[in-house]
Every structure is written in structure tokens, then in C-alpha cells.
Write a protein that binds this ligand. Structure first.
Ligand code: GSH
Length: 79
């Protein structure tokens, strides 16, 4: 399963997902794409989704939004 998370640290919803990732110790299983650090990541997110809402998790090409859904999915997949 390929996982990519678009996020930025100024967003509390993103930080909440990052906390879950840290608690599960799965940082090495997810490509973390900070859109504030890398404009290319922001551009790609807009191309995929039509906007730049974070957090957005891409699971094998399929986008998932809503931090609560993303956290539930990660816990179900990795706990
Ligand atoms: N209900 C969403 C809210 C996500 C959200 O509001 N994200 C903000 C940043 S914290 C955002 O990306 N807003 C659109 C923008 O900045 O262009 C969730 O829980 O993930």
C-alpha cells in the first residue's frame, strides 16, 4: 500500500494526524509532503484535488480527507 500525506504544521488537523502517525511509529511507511516547505507538493495537491486542503492522505492513488477518517484508517491499518 502506497501512502502519501499532504499537510502543513500550521494546520491543527494536520498536526493531529501527524500525532497519530508518531504514536503508531509509522513515519517510515508514509511519504510526508509538507506543502508549506515544498511548493511542488502544493502544486501536485491542487492538481489532484482541485484545492489545497490539508490533511489529505493518498492511499494507492485514492484520496482520503477528514482528519478523523484518516486517523481511523491508519489505526485500523497499523495498530
Ligand atoms: N474537516 C477537515 C478540516 C481540514 C481543514 O480545515 N484544513 C484547513 C487547514 S487547517 C485547510 O486546508 N483549509 C483550506 C486551505 O487552507 O486552502 C479535517 O478534519 O481534515
Amino acid at each position: 500500500m502506497k501512502l502519501q500525506l499532504y499537510f502543513h504544521h500550521e494546520c491543527g488537523f494536520s498536526r493531529s494526524v501527524l500525532n497519530t502517525i508518531n504514536n503508531l511509529k509509522i513515519q517510515d511507511k508514509i511519504e510526508l509532503k509538507n506543502i508549506r516547505e515544498n511548493p511542488e507538493f502544493e502544486k501536485t495537491l491542487i492538481e489532484i484535488m482541485g484545492d489545497k486542503q490539508v490533511p489529505t492522505l493518498i492511499v494507492d492513488e485514492k484520496p482520503m480527507r477528514e482528519s478523523e477518517d484518516i486517523k481511523k484508517f491508519l489505526i485500523k491499518s497499523f495498530l
